[in-house]
Design a protein around this ligand. Structure first.
Ligand code: NAD
Ligand code: MG
Length: 391
C-alpha cells in the first residue's frame, strides 16, 4: 500500500491525483493533503479521502482548519505553516509525495521529499527550474525516485530506454522534442496580442489547469520552463532539446535516436495518465482515461513555434545557456509578471519585457544552496516588481 501525500491537493493536479487514488483503494491511500489557504475546500477533500494529516500553508488559517476538521467529525490532524509542509514531506506519514504546489513556493517541500528518499511525483516544474542541480543531486544522493508528471516529461520518461538516471545523458539519444499546444493565441501576430485579457489567456483549448500555468501556456513560457525542466531531468543540453507545436495535444512528446527512430507517447490530454504512471510505476493501471480513437482523430498537425510573437520561449533557452542563477531569476520574474497580468496591472506583451529586463539586471548571479536560491528568488522578485512600475 502506497501512502501518498498530495501537496497542492485543492488544485487541478491535486484533483486528478485524488481521482486516480480513489480508483485503487487496494494500492494507494492519501495519508496527507495540503492547501495554501482554502480551508473549506481542503476539509471537503478530507471528508472524502480521510487522510491522517491536513496542512494549510497559511499559518493564520490554523484554527479555522482545526475547528472545521473537528466540526466534520474527522480525526485528521491539522497543521499549518511552510515549516509544516517541509516537515511532512520528509516524515514517515508518507512514502510518496505528489509535488503539485504551484510556483517556487513548492521548492522547500519538494526538496525535502527528495532528501528523505521518497518516491517524488514532480508536477511542480518551477521547483526544478529554480533548483535543478540541487534537486537532481538530492534525488541521487538519497535514493529517491523522481517521476516526472508534466505530461511532456512523463512522455519522454516513457520513451527513454533503461532505468531513470536523472541528469545523465543517454547513449544513442540524439534529441528530445517537446510538443506544445500553442496555447489559446496560436496563430496570432505580436500586434494582435497587445490587448488580450486574463480570461482569454486562461481559456486553454485543450487542458483545464490553474491560472498561473494557463498564462504560461499562452506566452509559451510554460514550454520554456519545460525546456529547462527537460535539461535537468534527462541530462540534455539546450541544443538537444527542441519544441514543436502540435495543436491537438495527443502526442505528448518525442525522443529522437541516433539511428533515425523517433519514439512518441500518445494519449488523450488528461493528466491522470501521467499521475497513474507515476503512482504505479513500473506497473500500468487504469487511470479513468478514455482510449484514443485514431480514426476519429483522423489527423495530427505539427508546426514550428512562432518565436517572434512568443519571445518567452527563447528567454528560457537564454537562461538555460547562461546557467548559474539565470533560471531562478527567470522563474521569479515570471511569477511576479504573471501575477501582475492576472490582476490587470501589466499587459500581455509586458510579461516578456519584464523577464528580459530582469535577466539583464541580474546577469551573472549565482546560487548553489537552498538558502542562496531562495535569496536570489527574493531579489529577482524585488527587481521584477520595480520593473513593473517603470516599464
Ligand atoms: P492550481 O493553481 O490549480 O493548484 C495549485 C495548488 O497549490 C493549490 O492546491 C494551492 O492551494 C497550492 N498553493 C498555491 N500557492 C501556494 C503556496 N504559496 N504555498 C503552498 N501551497 C500553495 O495549479 P495546478 O494547475 O494544479 O498546477 C500545479 C503545478 O503543477 C504547477 O507547478 C503546474 O505548472 C504543474 N502542472 C500542472 C498541470 C495541469 O494540468 N494543471 C500540468 C503540468 C504541470
Ligand atoms: Mg506540460
Amino acid at each position: 500500500m502506497r501512502r501518498v501525500a498530495v501537496f497542492g491537493a485543492t488544485g487541478s493536479i491535486g484533483a486528478s491525483t485524488l481521482d486516480v487514488i480513489a480508483r485503487h483503494p487496494d494500492r494507494f491511500r492519501a495519508t496527507a493533503l495540503t492547501a495554501n489557504d482554502k480551508v473549506d475546500e481542503l476539509v471537503a477533500l478530507c471528508v472524502r479521502h480521510r487522510p491522517d494529516i491536513a496542512v494549510v500553508a497559511d499559518a493564520s488559517r490554523y484554527a479555522a482548519l482545526r475547528d472545521a476538521l473537528a466540526g466534520a467529525g474527522l480525526h485528521t490532524e491539522a497543521r499549518a505553516g511552510s515549516e509544516a509542509l517541509v516537515e511532512l514531506a520528509g516524515s514517515d506519514a508518507c512514502d510518496t509525495v505528489v509535488a503539485a504546489i504551484v510556483g517556487a513556493a513548492g521548492l522547500p517541500s519538494t526538496l525535502a521529499a527528495a532528501r528523505a528518499g521518497k518516491r517524488l511525483l514532480l508536477a511542480n516544474k518551477e521547483a526544478i527550474v529554480v533548483a535543478g542541480a540541487l534537486l537532481v543531486e538530492a534525488v541521487a544522493a538519497n535514493g529517491a525516485e523522481l517521476l516526472p508528471i508534466d505530461s511532456e516529461h512523463n512522455a519522454i520518461f516513457q520513451c527513454l530506454p533503461g532505468p531513470a538516471i536523472h541528469g545523465a545523458a543517454r547513449p544513442g539519444v540524439r534529441r528530445i522534442v517537446l510538443t506544445a499546444s500553442g496555447g489559446p493565441f496560436r496563430g496570432r501576430t505580436r500586434a494582435q496580442l497587445a490587448e488580450v485579457s486574463p480570461d482569454e489567456a486562461c481559456a486553454h483549448p485543450k487542458w483545464r489547469m490553474g491560472r498561473k500555468i494557463s498564462v504560461d501556456s499562452a506566452t509559451l513560457m510554460n514550454k520554456g520552463l519545460e525546456v529547462i525542466e527537460a535539461h535537468w531531468l534527462f541530462g540534455a543540453a539546450a541544443d538537444a532539446i527542441d519544441v514543436v507545436v502540435h495543436p491537438q495535444s495527443i502526442v505528448h512528446s518525442l525522443v529522437e535516436y541516433a539511428d533515425g527512430s523517433m519514439l512518441a507517447q500518445l494519449g488523450n490530454p488528461d493528466m491522470r495518465t501521467a499521475l497513474a504512471y507515476g503512482l504505479a510505476w513500473p506497473d500500468r493501471i487504469d487511470a479513468g482515461v478514455a482510449p484514443l480513437d485514431l480514426a476519429a482523430l483522423a489527423r495530427l498537425d505539427f508546426e514550428a513555434p512562432d518565436r517572434a510573437a512568443f519571445p518567452c520561449l527563447d528567454l528560457a533557452y537564454r537562461a538555460l545557456r547562461e546557467g548559474g542563477g539565470a533560471a531562478t531569476v527567470l522563474n521569479a520574474a515570471n511569477e511576479v509578471a504573471v501575477s501582475a497580468f492576472l490582476q490587470g496591472r501589466l499587459g500581455f506583451l509586458g510579461i516578456a519585457t519584464v523577464l528580459a529586463a530582469a535577466l539583464d539586471a541580474l546577469h551573472g548571479a549565482r546560487a548553489d544552496s537552498l538558502d542562496a536560491l531562495l535569496a536570489l528568488d527574493a531579489e529577482a522578485r524585488r527587481v521584477a516588481t520595480t520593473l513593473l512600475r517603470s516599464p
